[in-house]
Design a protein around this ligand. Structure first.
Ligand SMILES: [Zn+2]
Length: 75
């Protein structure tokens, strides 16, 4: 009886680890996909020279790499 209970406990333990590993793998995979895809808020559109550029560092104001003018996030 004790042996059966112990193996069931081990089975549940392994199952738990596998479930956690799977969940973690799914989570990190989603995270990786999120990193690879370009966030729309990083895409900037210059109002002066109509140049589209990517700036991942700034959130509200970004400098256009073409004409050097400051652009505020419209959306
Ligand atoms: Zn510009």
């Amino acid at each position: 009886m004790i042996l059966i209970d112990f193996s069931i406990a081990i089975a549940f333990y392994i199952l738990g680890i596998l479930a956690a590993a799977f969940a973690l793998g799914v989570f990190t995979g989603k995270q990786k996909d999120k990193d690879l895809s370009l966030d729309p808020r990083f895409i900037w559109f210059c109002s002066v020279c109509s140049y589209t550029f990517i700036n991942t560092k700034e959130d509200y104001i970004s400098t256009c790499p073409r004409c050097g003018s400051y652009n505020k996030k419209s959306s």
